[in-house]
Design a protein around this ligand. Structure first.
Ligand SMILES: Nc1nc2c(c(=O)[nH]1)N[C@H]1C(S)=C(S)[C@@H](COP(=O)(O)O)O[C@H]1N2
Ligand SMILES: [Mo]
Length: 317
């Protein structure tokens, strides 16, 4: 199978959704008026093309029909709210997403605390249809809304010795019932190499399907790193830290022999307990439903393989 790159939604579709996004984002900001709503900065929703244009593969759009909203918002991994796929949708209503701040720490010229509204106003929002593949063997296709994390990184000006970026999720035992559990170390943390974090495909997402993120999907902001297994995409982020050393990550700490730092989607490297060669697309259920072949880098090989030139991806899994 030919690797399918990410596709940017055709402009007509984006323009349609743009208004919905603007409407909902304005609604979400009703409690604390965002700076762009009070006229200081531009409203989100204006679409700018990706700095790095992915090549189009005929048919990719049809193959990548977005998953049903109900599947994307009803079948989740968000261990702070339980380990069953249905737990986050049932339990995440207690998460309080306003007010929300994100701390920028570590090796940057401009550390500091950002209000969510100011972060959202930092750059024009785009809709991007990305596949997300869980290490457990299921995948889905979601029209995310956000902008490249690189926009924020450039704004805070990493120092020369910054080599990695650590992402820290909220860990609030009052609103997240399973944060006391011994499944993982809390807070949930993830990390990327700085060049991975700067890659234009790496999305800082605030919405999906033209709406603000449902809480179970990581509201009010999360990462989407489409060429890596789903767990690299940290949810409900409260801290972004720039470091010289490779940060510890929640799943790597919990089971280092099963989950490495890189975790690039790789059909040739099996999980110690199961194959990674195929996947089940959410919504394609039933006895006769065929599993899909998992693609190297989840199909984004053309865009990201250069980041790993010369690396042994069996060793650095
Ligand atoms: N904070 C936090 N982020 C997280 C997780 C989690 O348990 N906690 N699970 C990860 C895993 S394993 C996956 S597959 C994706 C799932 O995202 P989704 O529920 O939006 O599909 O979120 C990732 N981000
Ligand atoms: Mo996952």
């Amino acid at each position: 199978m030919h690797p399918q790159p990410s596709e940017i939604t055709p402009r007509a579709l984006v323009e349609n959704r743009r208004q919905a996004v603007q409407h909902l984002l304005l609604g979400a900001g009703a409690l604390t008026a965002p700076s762009w709503a009070t006229g200081q900065t531009q409203a989100p929703g204006k679409l700018t093309p990706l700095a790095h244009k992915p090549s189009q593969v005929p048919g990719a759009q049809a193959l990548d029909k977005p998953s049903a909203y109900q599947d994307a918002a009803g079948y989740n991994n968000f261990y702070e709210f339980g380990t069953d796929k249905s737990d986050p949708a049932a339990n995440a209503h207690t998460l309080k997403t306003t007010p929300w701040t994100v701390d920028i720490e570590g090796l940057v010229k401009k550390p500091g605390r950002w209000a969510l509204e100011d972060l959202m106003a930092l750059s024009a929002m785009e809709e991007r249809i990305y596949r997300l593949r869980c290490v457990e063997g299921w995948s889905m296709v979601i029209p995310w809304v956000g902008f490249s994390l690189a926009e924020l990184i450039r704004k805070v000006e990493p120092l020369g010795n910054a080599k990695f970026v650590e992402f820290v999720s909220l860990a609030d035992p009052k609103t997240m019932p399973f944060v006391g559990s011994r499944m993982l170390q809390w807070p949930y943390t993830e990390g990327l190499r700085l060049d991975e974090a700067l890659h234009p495909l790496t999305l800082l997402a605030f919405g999906m399907y033209g709406e603000v993120l449902p809480k179970q999907n990581g509201a009010p902001l999360r990462l989407v790193v489409p060429w890596k297994y789903g767990f690299k995409s940290a949810k409900s982020i409260v801290k972004i830290r720039f470091t010289e050393k490779q940060p510890a990550t929640a799943w790597n700490q919990a089971a280092p022999q099963e989950y490495g730092f890189y975790s690039n989607v790789n059909p040739a490297v099996d999980h110690p307990r199961w194959s990674q060669a195929t996947e089940r697309r959410l919504g394609e259920d039933g006895l006769l439903a065929k599993r899909r072949k998992t693609l190297p880098f989840n199909g984004y090989e053309a865009q990201v393989a250069a980041l790993y030139a010369g690396m042994d991806l069996k060793k650095y899994y």
